[in-house]
Ligand binder design. Structure first.
Ligand code: HEM
Length: 459
């Protein structure tokens, strides 16, 4: 059934197409193959065959929820020892997925988001204090490092009433180091024929997991023993809310998995999205000027923007969308056949067979995005242009029932922060910087630093 799908020309019995592949940049390696082999292709690794899809038509077919569903495989399955049946890594048939989804969905409603807004502002203030200090000291700012401080503090505070003190530390919080350790380990497991080869790293990984668990258990214990008003945050929902129909509650073990899931899923990708957006803004002064003019116009003299004033930053949002188009920070998602079916009317798939959608290539498919798809141009997200594009061509948050639950959260946070930064600073790129993308299941711009200048406004 695979014979119609192209593959790289040289194939070796054991290592297959992985020989010569990049250990540290497997995604960008696949993107290179994609450009040569077309909208669907396969690669062999360690005796297994993987199918990759990025064509807009085939992806739209995979988005058909009646025939396909999320597949928990590869990098995601490697996270199961850490987060088990947490929301992100649960198999479709596991009852805790529906339970947690229903209990937590109200935590992402409009009302809930409006409640998080003041906390998001408070965290952004701490970022700007730090940037003011860097500026006064004549230093360039470490964009991915500081965006990670910001997004970790935001999800920890809004979700769990916790403060990691990231802005007071020179180095990343040990929670971040442990998390990066497990994500990197999960990715590396896909690049070796046997986990045995990583046994030293496996020891470190066990220690990382133990640290993540301990941090979360402390946080939950502190909440359980706290007296007083309910915080109304995600942790409250996890601990106190029963399912509206069945009355069921999350078990203690499952709460632990959900807290780690949200702390990780809730910050790493948003940090990357903000970092890429700042990179493109620094390289496209005309887009930065338009975005800044919009912020000045929409926010006016307001000392702090209100909740409703964030969604009104339409152009800033387009900058963010365009950054997520070129570098969707969760760069792939997998789909499996619910039944025997034929993908795109051409490729037969048995029930359970699956394919990996390469989002960065989908987002560059000339059929959907034109021949200049590599160019950064936020106007692609003007309403008129969006209406004429086929469905399912922009998928940074995945698709269907298992799409990102935190989408609105991420978009609100990132738009707010971009607005605040544009209002306060001019961003200057280092002319010598060339975009290099680091991979650890998610992607981020490696070593990106920007020089700042305060704008002559009161904000
Ligand atoms: C799922 C991307 C921010 C929590 C997903 C998926 C993608 C994604 C692609 C689907 C994965 C799959 O199909 O296997 C992103 C991006 C973000 C972002 C690009 C930022 C720009 C967030 C935030 C949160 C969050 C802020 C939490 C506050 C989750 C969870 C899931 C998920 C819990 C699993 C949902 C389920 O399976 O029911 N995200 N995400 N994400 N995301 Fe996000």
């Amino acid at each position: 059934e695979l014979h119609r799908i192209p593959h790289p020309p040289y194939r070796l019995p054991l290592l297959g197409d992985v020989l010569g592949a990049s250990r540290t940049r497997p995604l960008q390696d696949s993107l290179r193959h994609a450009r040569r082999l077309g909208p669907i292709f396969r690669r062999k690794a360690f005796g297994r065959e993987f199918v990759f899809v990025w064509g807009a038509g085939l992806t739209a077919d995979l988005a058909d929820e009646s025939r396909f569903a999320k597949h928990v495989g590869l990098g995601i399955a490697n996270l199961r020892p850490v987060v088990g049946d947490g929301l992100f890594t649960a198999y479709n048939h596991e009852p805790n997925w529906q339970l947690a989804h229903d209990v937590l969905a109200p935590g992402f409603s409009r009302e809930a988001m409006a409640g998080y807004h003041p906390m998001m502002l408070a965290v952004a203030d701490r970022l700007m204090d730090r940037w003011d200090r860097e500026l006064a000291a004549g230093r360039a700012v470490d964009v991915p490092g500081d965006m990670t401080r910001l997004t970790l503090e935001t999800i920890a505070r809004t979700g769990f009433g916790h403060d990691f003190g990231s802005f007071e530390r020179g180095r990343p919080h040990p929670f971040v180091t442990a998390m990066v350790g497990t994500l990197t380990y999960a990715q590396r497991l896909n690049t070796v024929p046997s986990p045995f080869l990583l046994r030293r790293a496996a020891h470190r990984n066990d220690a990382d997991i133990a640290y993540l668990n301990r941090t979360v258990d402390d946080l939950v214990r502190a909440r359980r023993t706290a007296s007083g008003d309910r915080a109304g945050d995600l942790l409250d929902r996890m601990l106190e809310t029963a399912h509206p129909e069945t009355g069921e509650r999350l078990s203690a073990e499952n709460v632990r998995r959900q807290v780690i899931t949200f702390l990780v899923a809730g910050h790493e990708t948003t940090s990357g999205a903000l970092s890429f957006a700042l990179h493109y803004l620094s390289r496209h002064p005309e887009a930065a000027a338009r975005a800044r003019a919009e912020v000045d116009r929409v926010w006016g003299d307001a000392a702090v923007p209100g909740y409703d004033q964030v969604a009104r930053l339409r152009y800033v949002r387009r900058v963010l969308d365009e950054s997520l188009r070129l570098w969707p920070t969760a760069p792939a998602f997998a789909r499996e056949a619910r039944e025997d079916t034929v993908l795109g009317g051409v490729h037969p798939m048995r029930r359970g067979a699956w394919a990996l959608v390469l989002t960065p290539m989908l987002h560059r498919d000339p059929e959907a995005w034109g021949t200049d798809a590599e160019r950064f141009d936020p106007d692609r997200f003007e309403p008129g242009a969006v209406r004429t594009r086929p469905a399912h061509t922009f998928k940074p948050f995945g698709t269907g029932a298992r799409a990102c639950i935190g989408r609105q959260f991420a978009l609100h946070e990132a738009t707010l922060v971009l607005g605040l930064l544009l209002r306060r600073y001019e961003l200057h790129a280092d002319p010598a910087y060339r975009l290099r993308v680091t991979e650890r299941l998610t992607v981020l711009p490696e070593g990106l630093r920007l020089h700042l200048e305060r704008r002559r406004t009161s904000h």
